[in-house]
Design a protein around this ligand. Structure first.
Ligand SMILES: [Fe+2]
Length: 317
């Protein structure tokens, strides 16, 4: 069983610059720094890290991945991918910091994803000092981002994507929007019970649109814009603050210094997996689905995407 989106690796070109933006300005927690990568988490996360930033020649999406509820689920996923002819390989324990055994897959729609069961959690204080991770947030600099929420990717073949994500992996479609011809344009898919772990949109190239971190509340969505501007990154803000009609979320979108689009997100809902998807036709989505209130998105939001970088072992096809 796939539990939830648990981690993402993005490309950056400078680790010191990445540390300044993500840790010092936004308030991500630094779990580990190696020669090549920063391992970060949101202020309310129990997993030791959820975002890995790796030095390379550009921004972009290396891989994203999911926690499973059992070791058996990893075996089942190996079998599933062998059956459908998708490249799959085992990654030994320790392939990433704090991980047990994992598997890596090149999905039929062109993304590198990983599944892992054992993810090290942070150590919580015990005894008289006992407290949960979020009970430090008021002491912290930055927004701070609370936890990884969803990833938004794009690709040309929505039918193949749905066959894989819904048909094979058992993701539930919470909402979708259609194009003018009535074909699927964007699907919001989940294994957790909120609106989405992954959104997949139709686009000419297999590409990365944005990574979203949940923040505490609507005030924190506004504070995100303040924090970015006060830190000298006002021009990094692309879209928002505002509210989407679809998913009911409040949001601010901004680029990191390497061209990776980030969303700071709050306020979506919980709904059972067996409910029928909520469908936005072309007109309703354009009128109120994409933006319930707030300025209309700039053209860049509709057209600009980042590359899929893949990993060493699963290069981009
Ligand atoms: Fe999003």
């Amino acid at each position: 069983m796939i539990s939830r989106l648990s981690h993402t690796e993005l490309g950056v070109t400078d680790l010191d610059e990445a540390h300044h933006f993500y840790v010092e300005i936004l308030g991500f927690r630094l779990a580990e720094r190696t020669d090549e990568s920063l391992y970060l988490r949101g202020a309310e996360e129990f997993d030791s890290w959820s975002l890995k930033l790796t030095r390379g020649t550009s921004g972009g999406l290396h891989y994203f991945g999911f926690r499973t509820s059992s070791d058996q689920a990893l075996d089942d996923l190996v079998e599933l991918h062998e059956r459908i002819g998708a490249p799959v390989r085992d990654l030994p324990p320790g392939s990433e910091i704090g991980w047990g055994r994992a598997i890596e897959v090149l999905t039929p729609d062109g993304y590198t994803i990983r599944f892992v069961r054992d993810i090290e959690e942070i150590e919580l204080p015990k005894g008289v000092d006992q407290r949960l991770p979020m009970r430090y947030t008021h002491l912290r600099e930055g927004i701070p981002p609370a936890r990884i929420h969803h990833l938004n990717v794009r690709g040309p073949d929505m039918a193949a994507a749905m066959e894989y994500w819904r048909g094979e992996l058992g993701f539930s479609m919470a909402e979708c929007t259609l194009d003018q011809g009535g074909d699927l344009r964007i699907a919001w898919l989940r294994r957790s019970h909120h609106t989405h772990d992954v959104a997949i949109g139709k686009f000419p190239e297999v590409s990365f649109h944005h990574l979203a971190f949940a923040v505490a509340d609507a005030a924190t969505v506004l504070r995100t814009a303040d924090v970015l501007a006060d830190g000298g990154f006002s021009t990094a803000i692309e879209f928002g603050p505002g509210r989407h009609g679809g998913t009911n979320s409040m949001m601010t979108y901004a680029f990191d210094p390497f061209g990776n689009r980030l969303e700071f997100f709050t306020g979506d809902y919980v709904r059972d997996h067996d409910r029928e998807p909520i469908v936005w036709d072309y007109e309703s989505y354009e009128r109120v689905g994409r933006i319930w209130w707030g300025a209309a998105p700039p053209e860049s939001f509709l057209q600009r995407v980042g590359p899929i970088l893949g990993t060493e072992s699963t290069p981009v096809r």
